[in-house]
Design a binder for this molecule. Structure first.
Ligand code: HEC
Ligand code: HEC
Ligand code: HEC
Ligand code: HEC
Ligand code: HEC
Ligand code: HEC
Ligand code: HEC
Length: 471
């Protein structure tokens, strides 16, 4: 018989259930499987968060100037749950999050700093890529998705086992990827794709993390950078970095990985057996080793979360303090001038420019960072134009190039760019406010009214609209 190979595609977790019933049922109860989905109901409540007052009723979040629906949730609620709402196909994050540890609503992470209600934070692909599966992103936009935005809730089977269409048809001829049987680099990548963010994660030229799937090498897609002295801050997505810093991992090497202690289908904790497996003559053998050697701390970037220290310190009472940032080093993948330049730029570090100037290829990602750093407006404009030739929908380039054109008197060209920015994401405040200054009054009003439909709390847009009504 001649076999004709087909490229396997993702089919979602549902088709696996009839044949792998037990695994599917156990997995469905884990936090990873339940990490996202459509909201069924949210109990009514009065909420004050970051000085703003909200009312939750009928699955909507209401405040003085408007309201938004609780459409999708992110987070299983083992630590907390954030919410997304959809408007005209665009997804935004709600400004309040439920925190399990305090059993209370509070400002979503990063919203503490606002002094007005904001509904304009776009949900970019990365967020859904870690928390949902079969994400249906609309190319060329910042935050537009299909309906529904993801076809498979939570972390689906195929995120760890690769695309399943061929296996579903003929399971014997077409095996799935089994992480534990891969070489260590590919095995570890299965968990790392979501459990590591590093200080900066830079896609290689022409590659996107979105295209990675289990069984491949992450280093072919991205480089992860960390500060060379960063083991000290406990961050939410740093289990990978901290485990790498442990005496155990450094000595035991590839024998130790996430799957040594975590059973992914049941979320069972097999830590005690793992410790004893390698430290057979350990002291305190009757006690939980993790209770002393893997203490729990509040995480630096998780709002109210508590996380387990995966650096397995010898003496937990003597944790060393942060030594300060020195330089970015690749934690995974290769560091060429391009990757270093983008990484330093994201960290707001002046070393970025030197690397960016030497970067090969000088693609849109490089030109954009150079443009932002460029003092000379003619040169900056040329760089932004280069970005837009490669990425016509890049919102930063559209807004900033528009500003440079407008400053040089080219208001028509500027208006065209700002309109395009609003097509990639209709809640870009800068684009709407800028447009309202160069358009005739009637059109300016229409732009502001449309913008306020997305972000009704914006004081800047309201006062501009009031000024146009009562000049
Ligand atoms: C597609 C992204 C993704 C992949 C792949 C992934 N994880 Fe996760 N993992 C998550 C997310 C998101 C959460 C948080 C789930 C929640 O509570 O909402 C999580 C949570 C966890 C938790 C905590 C569960 C709890 O009790 O709160 C463990 C343990 C874990 N993952 C282990 C692993 C291991 C081991 C692998 C690799 C075999 C892996 N993960 C692969 C995204 C992923
Ligand atoms: C790089 C992957 C990644 C990205 C991007 C990401 N998360 Fe997470 N998130 C995780 C993982 C992994 C956890 C589990 C916490 C941990 O690491 O222990 C988590 C935990 C959470 C939790 C707590 C869930 C629980 O109950 O345990 C919430 C809520 C959450 N994330 C919301 C978001 C939102 C909203 C976004 C986007 C705006 C986002 N995350 C972006 C990987 C990611
Ligand atoms: C977070 C990653 C992850 C997810 C999600 C996941 N698996 Fe697995 N699966 C693994 C790992 C790792 C192994 C290897 C066995 C081990 O190390 O315990 C495995 C092994 C398997 C095996 C081989 C037999 C066995 O149990 O060891 C089957 C079958 C399987 N998984 C089916 C599924 C199905 C069906 C789903 C979805 C309902 C699923 N897996 C979701 C990580 C995952
Ligand atoms: C028609 C029944 C059927 C369906 C549907 C099915 N499997 Fe399997 N699966 C099997 C059988 C049978 C085996 C054992 C194959 C063998 O031993 O040669 C298997 C083996 C596996 C293995 C172990 C590695 C291997 O391929 O031998 C994994 C992992 C796995 N399946 C995951 C999945 C996932 C994920 C899905 C959904 C996308 C799925 N399976 C859908 C029947 C099925
Ligand atoms: C895959 C094998 C393996 C596993 C699993 C493992 N370790 Fe280790 N660990 C080692 C090796 C090898 C060393 C270095 C030699 C030594 O000190 O015994 C080490 C070192 C240590 C050290 C000394 C670290 C230092 O900085 O001096 C402690 C403490 C420790 N392990 C505790 C644990 C605990 C607790 C667990 C379970 C949570 C655990 N280990 C799991 C292999 C392992
Ligand atoms: C030596 C054992 C061990 C290894 C290896 C290990 N973990 Fe854990 N992990 C634990 C323990 C113990 C907990 C706390 C479990 C609990 O409290 O129920 C935990 C908790 C977690 C949690 C829940 C949030 C938290 O911090 O409490 C996540 C997410 C997680 N681990 C991810 C990973 C990832 C990703 C890897 C691989 C880089 C990994 N773990 C490797 C033992 C381990
Ligand atoms: C009651 C707290 C506690 C428990 C429980 C505990 N340890 Fe320890 N362990 C310590 C302390 C404290 C040290 C540091 C001793 C020192 O450096 O003087 C230590 C040191 C170690 C070392 C390094 C010892 C050496 O001589 O190199 C290893 C390995 C270790 N523990 C493994 C384990 C394992 C495995 C378990 C579970 C079976 C465990 N520990 C349970 C507190 C504990």
């Amino acid at each position: 018989m001649i076999l004709f190979l087909a490229v396997a595609v993702f089919v979602g977790s549902e088709p696996c259930r009839p044949c792998h019933t037990e695994t599917a049922e156990a997995y469905a109860r884990t936090p990873m499987a339940r990490s996202s989905g459509r909201v069924e109901s949210v109990p009514p409540a009065e909420v004050t968060a970051a000085g703003q007052r909200y009312r939750i009723a009928a699955n909507r979040l209401a405040f003085d100037q408007g309201s938004a629906a609780f459409d999708y949730f992110i987070g299983s609620n083992s630590h907390g749950r954030s919410y997304l709402f959809e408007r005209e196909g665009f997804l935004f994050e709600l400004p309040v999050t439920w925190y399990a540890s305090s059993q209370a609503w509070d400002a979503s992470p990063g919203y503490e700093k606002y002094t007005e209600v904001r509904l304009d934070r776009p949900v970019e692909r990365n967020c859904l890529l870690c928390h949902a599966s079969q994400v249906r992103f609309v190319r060329g936009t910042q935050n537009r998705y299909g309906d529904p935005p993801f076809a498979d809730n939570g972390v689906g089977c195929e995120r760890c086992h690769g695309p399943g269409s061929e296996h579903v048809r003929d399971p014997v001829t077409f095996p799935m990827v089994t992480p534990a049987e891969l070489d260590p680099e590919r095995r570890d990548a299965v968990c790392i794709q979501c459990h590591l963010s590093g200080v900066s994660r830079v896609a290689r030229a022409g590659r996107r993390l979105t295209d990675f799937h289990a069984g491949e090498r992450l280093a072919d897609y991205v480089t992860y950078f960390v500060w060379d002295a960063s083991h000290q801050d406990l961050k939410v997505t740093s289990h990978v970095e901290r485990l790498a810093a442990s005496g155990c991992k450094r000595a035991a090497g590839d024998k130790l990985w996430c799957g040594t202690c975590h059973e992914p289908h049941t979320n069972a904790d097999r830590t005690q057996a793992a410790c004893l497996g390698c430290h057979s003559r350990a002291h305190h053998a009757a006690e939980q080793c993790a209770s002393c050697h893997m203490p729990k701390f509040s995480a630096a970037d998780a709002g109210h979360g508590v996380f387990t220290d995966h650096s397995i310190p010898r003496d937990p009472a003597h944790r060393s303090k942060a030594a300060g940032h020195r330089q970015l080093v690749p934690f995974l993948g290769t560091a060429d001038a391009r990757a270093l330049g983008i990484a330093y730029a994201e960290a707001g570090d002046p070393r970025a420019r030197g690397y960016l100037l030497r970067a090969q290829p000088a693609d849109a990602a490089v030109l954009l960072r150079l443009a932002v750093l460029e003092q000379d407006s003619r040169r900056a404009a040329a760089l932004y134009e280069g970005v837009l030739r490669e990425e016509p929908g890049n919102p930063t380039a559209l807004v900033n190039l528009g500003a440079l054109y407008a400053a040089g008197g080219r208001t028509q060209d500027a208006a065209r760019l700002w309109r395009r920015a609003l097509e990639t994401n209709p809640a870009i405040e800068g684009a709407a406010l800028n447009l309202s200054q160069v358009l005739p009054t009637e059109q300016a009003r229409a732009v502001l009214v449309q913008y306020l439909g997305f972000n009704p709390g914006s004081r800047a847009a309201r006062s501009r609209l009031a000024a146009l009504r009562h000049p």
